[in-house]
Ligand binder design. Structure first.
Ligand code: ADP
Ligand code: TRP
Length: 334
């Protein structure tokens, strides 16, 4: 076990879209809450991981700033948490190049991301590796480098990313064993203890990919449009079945237990209908996120400030990465 004083939390966020309240309640808020329990925290924007799908420079810049502003508006304090853009820390990529030589190709063949791409191609009658680039193939090695260059001990990720943290552990261990030197700490994943899965407007998981989200930092108009789209039904509900509805699930994650119970009773007793329930949800979204949305928009008014925060963050972490890289090279005799 790692001693409490050496606990280091690290996580990366890909700038691939505009965050929604599922991302906030499932990942951002719990990560910020947890950061206090660690001696050091590293939260970064994984732009080179996003390069796989975002290949237009202007879009990448915009999404990177949006994600940075999201975290800052959510309360990330850059004087306490290392906050940087991956591409500003080139040592990560030098370490990745080194690690490439110690990772069996067969390990990468088994990675979910690569396998999913192959399955999709097969289903479409295409060659296995159709449009699979080396960025996708090596994705887990870059992620390993992100993690072990800072000797992170704990990596909060969604369920789909746990395999990547396990492979980071295997790669670190393999390197340590080969050189009989504990160069790298073996990281472990932590499942974010936020909302496991918030439903989207259509009842499926809320996801950027399904276009069924309540955007995190919009404003009344956009929130209202989203809330009005929530699917409802006209069946007779009991206290049990009402709890299974999308609207109730969303509402109950945002308000106190008493308020949620009130809504459930009123819906069951039909003292309110879905329309009023949606009004209540809209109110809850507004009261929870309005202040942050204002901060978010203010931050985006001043993109230079965001760039400066990220550049200062990189300047603070680079010496740590450089020291680790120097150790690795010394072990390699380079
Ligand atoms: P998306 O599905 O919108 O593309 P990502 O896969 O980029 O979201 O996930 C980013 C983070 O947000 C992950 O840690 C993931 O667990 C969390 N997350 C995404 N959608 C939800 C949701 N509907 N409920 C709870 N957490 C979510
Ligand atoms: N691959 C992660 C995702 O898709 C993002 C990420 C990149 C990451 N590097 C990381 C997460 C290092 C944790 C640690 O969500």
């Amino acid at each position: 076990m790692t001693e409490p004083q050496n606990r280091i939390i690290l996580t990366g966020i890909k700038p691939t879209g505009t965050p929604h309240i599922g991302n906030y309640l499932g990942a951002i808020e719990p990560a910020l809450r947890r950061a206090d329990e660690y001696s050091e925290a590293f939260f970064f924007i994984a732009d080179y991981h996003a390069l796989n799908s975002v290949q237009d420079g202007e879009t990448m810049k915009e999404l990177t700033r949006n994600v940075a502003a999201t975290w800052l508006a959510a309360g990330l304090d850059p004087s306490k948490i290392h906050f940087y853009r991956q591409s500003d820390v080139p040592e990560i990529f030098e370490l990745e190049t080194i690690l490439n030589n110690f990772v069996p190709k067969g390990w990468m063949n088994k990675m979910h991301g690569y396998k999913a791409a192959i399955d999709k191609n097969r289903a479409a009658g295409k060659l296995d590796d159709f449009e699979v680039n080396m960025g996708l193939y090596n994705y887990p090695i870059l992620m390993t480098s992100d993690i072990i260059i800072f000797n992170a001990t704990h990596v909060p990720v969604g369920r789909d990313q746990t395999q990547h943290v396990e492979i980071a552990r295997d790669i670190a261990q393999r390197f340590n064993n080969q050189f009989n030197d504990a160069v790298f700490i073996l990281p472990e994943h932590v499942i974010a203890d936020g909302i496991a899965e918030l439903p989207g407007l259509d009842g499926r998981k809320m996801s950027k990919s399904y276009n069924n989200t309540i955007p995190l930092y919009a404003g009344r108009e956009v929130w209202e449009q989203a809330v009005r789209k929530i699917v409802t039904d006209s069946i007779e509900h009991t206290h049990e079945t009402i709890r299974e509805t999308v609207l109730f699930k969303l509402y109950s994650t945002l308000v106190t237990e008493d308020q949620a119970n009130d809504m459930a009773s009123q819906l069951v007793e039909k003292t309110i209908g879905w329309k009023q329930a949606k009004d209540l949800l809209l109110e809850a979204v507004e009261s929870r996120f309005s202040d942050q949305a204002r901060k978010y928009n203010e931050l985006l008014q001043n993109p230079d400030h965001i760039d400066t925060v990220l550049a200062e963050g990189a300047a603070k972490v680079r010496p740590i990465a450089q020291a680790q890289l120097a150790h690795v090279k010394q072990v390699l005799g380079i």
